[in-house]
Design a protein around this ligand. Structure first.
Ligand SMILES: [Cu+2]
Length: 210
């Protein structure tokens, strides 16, 4: 079931990339994207809400998809995301292209918008906010910084520098409180004091979460 879902999402994302490339700018009209089909069998489910990355499709030094390390996230590489919310569940799928081959990266949903400085995107989005976290010392408590309370999308690229990742959590985003996906230097740590940490911020993509 999960494989089928990811495959279907991949088709949608491919179409999105093609639209973004052909338009040559960031003015792609979301309303021109066909709505996802299928998955309408549940008797009482609300209509799923779908969002896609607000992205022209390619990283650059000037944004809106920022790369902060052009060796690890080359100019012209891409990250696209699809976010589906329904019935108190959220699924996030991402696809990346053109990164370094055979390399592990970390990735998460962050609270603030991307900017020219890596720290602009703020801390990770948490469903239950860690009361001990501050702007200076973000949450590193495994009770809060984990795959169920945050959105982690770590991936390892193939020999062509491409990868995909997906996660599902049992909650929906608070509107406006998650605005970006950040790619990090290494996989996300889970041990106390380091939980949620994944090294330098390499790149940032603006995402309109539902
Ligand atoms: Cu992060």
């Amino acid at each position: 079931m999960r494989r089928t879902t990811v495959f279907a999402v991949g088709i949608a994302v491919t179409a999105l990339i093609a639209t973004g490339c052909s338009s040559g700018n960031n003015s792609a009209n979301p309303s021109s994207t066909p709505p996802p089909s299928g998955s309408s069998t549940a008797s009482t489910s609300a209509e799923p809400t779908t969002a896609v990355a607000d992205s022209g499709g390619a990283f650059s030094a000037a944004g809106p998809d920022f790369t902060y390390n052009e060796a690890a996230v080359p100019i012209g590489s891409t990250l696209t995301a699809e976010v589906d919310e329904a019935d108190g569940m959220t699924t996030v799928d991402i696809q990346v292209t053109g990164l370094q081959p055979d390399r592990a990266y970390g990735a998460h949903a962050h609270t603030l918008a991307c900017g020219p400085t890596p720290s602009d995107s703020g801390p990770h989005y948490q469903n239950q906010k860690d009361p001990a976290a501050t702007p200076e010392t973000p949450s590193s408590d495994p009770a809060y910084a984990n795959t169920q309370n945050e959105v982690w999308l770590d991936f390892t690229t193939d020999s062509a520098g491409n990868a995909s990742a997906a996660t599902m959590v049992e909650w929906e985003f608070r509107p406006g409180e998650a605005q970006s996906i950040v790619i990090h230097d290494h996989r996300t740590s889970t041990e106390p004091g380091k939980a949620g940490m994944a090294g330098d911020r390499l790149a940032c993509v603006p995402v309109q979460f539902p």
